[in-house]
Design a protein around this ligand. Structure first.
Ligand code: TXA
Ligand code: MG
Length: 355
């Protein structure tokens, strides 16, 4: 079924010309698919107002079609077209954080097909900041539905190389714009209820949202393992996402205890002939002696951890580890988004070793 020739073009976000987007725009206008960089992760774009384009997106990713897509816009005027109504609080958040890594959920207008929204009466909308994403939306004139450009179940792509690994031969074009900035998907906030509710944590934290609109809630289901009575409101959050091929275990608590535990388990498993990966930080790297040790970033700068998390998980996949041990990271501010992804990747295999 997938025997497409995927065209790959390279663009520099600092030197963009309109004509560089002519071909990509034509593909989108014809209902085809183009992967492109955003400031969060790479997206797989298609026309958000066409059911046939949405179907192609689900097929290329191997994604369940009840998992709705985010529509990307470049002008707030599109909100009036795509939604039934825009609450005051949403206007304030758009003013404060758009363009940027924030997605808001609204009641959808009838022009938005249910094929795009996974059958829901609501629609997710985001205005990205990345210059290539913005230009692609503007030149094509298309409201671009774009999930992360990974195969369903794999870590989100933060480099064009990751998109090529997962989608080459399955889509029309990939725009290589280099490494993304943030490395974690956007914060999703449901604006359809009384109080704005975070459905997926991201770079825009609860504190940042509260500073603009007052009270903000967090969907309780995203803090723990989903179960029958605790179902996340964002359908995609219930899947075991970002799953590395190896068995991932996270240890939290006193950092010295964590390091000792990981060293002990690494030794045991290496002796048993297993391939062992370790997710360390700049601060702890020198404490480990054996195993395949990767530095995910610095504890002193959480954004460095966010930036390389998905790439590190993909590298371990390539290097075919049997088991991966990871330290845990603080869970306030940006850390909430990082730990949310790590917990999901591990299938919630986390152990607290005490203080
Ligand atoms: O940063 C991002 O948001 C990236 C870039 C490409 O913009 N996109 C992204 O899309 O992460 P995706 O499809 O991988 O994740 C979208 C999430 C899913 O968990 C989905 O269930 C949720 O958004 N979602 C979309 N529409 C929704 C709706 N109407 N109600 C609740 N959740 C929704
Ligand atoms: Mg995704």
């Amino acid at each position: 079924m997938f025997t497409m020739n995927t065209k790959i073009i390279t663009l520099n976000e600092k030197e963009l010309k309109e004509e560089q987007f002519t071909e990509a725009a034509a593909i989108l206008q014809a209902g085809g698919l183009v992967a492109f960089p955003t400031e969060t992760v790479y997206g797989l774009g298609g026309d958000g107002l066409r059911e046939d384009a949405a179907r192609k997106i689900y097929a290329a990713k191997g994604r369940p079609s009840d998992n709705p897509l985010i529509i990307h816009i470049a002008d707030t005027k599109r909100l009036a077209v795509l939604t039934k109504e825009v609450p005051e609080a949403a206007k304030k958040l758009a003013e404060a954080f758009w363009p940027g890594p924030l997605t808001m959920i609204f009641e959808k207008a009838t022009v938005v097909p249910k094929g795009t929204t996974g059958g829901l009466d609501t629609v997710a909308i985001r205005m990205p900041e990345h210059a290539i994403a913005r230009k692609l939306i503007q030149v094509s004139g298309v409201d671009i539905a774009a999930p992360s450009a990974n195969a369903s179940g794999r870590p989100s792509p933060t480099l064009a190389k990751h998109v090529i690994e997962d989608l080459d031969g399955k889509i029309d074009m990939i725009i290589d714009g280099g490494a993304v900035g943030i490395g974690l998907e956007s914060t999703i906030v449901d604006m359809t209820g009384e109080i704005p509710t975070i459905l997926r944590p991201g770079f825009i934290t609860k504190e940042m949202l509260q500073a603009v609109v007052g009270e903000v809630k967090i969907d309780p289901a995203i803090l723990e393992k989903p179960s029958a009575d605790l179902k996340p409101k964002a359908p995609g959050m219930k899947y075991k996402h970002y799953a590395p091929k190896a068995d991932l275990h996270i240890y939290e608590g006193d950092l010295q205890k964590v390091v000792s535990k990981i060293k002990e388990l690494t030794k045991k498993n290496l002796e048993a002939g297993k391939r062992v990966g370790i997710i360390a930080t700049e601060e702890t790297r020198h404490l480990y002696l054996e195993g395949n040790i990767k530095v995910i970033g610095s504890r002193a700068a959480e954004e460095t951890i966010a930036h390389s998390m998905f790439a590190v998980l993909r590298e371990f996949d390539e290097e075919e580890m049997d088991i991966i041990y990871s330290e845990s990271f603080t869970s306030d501010k940006l850390g909430a988004a990082i730990m949310n992804r790590m917990l999901k990747a591990s299938g919630y295999q986390i152990e607290n070793l005490g203080d």
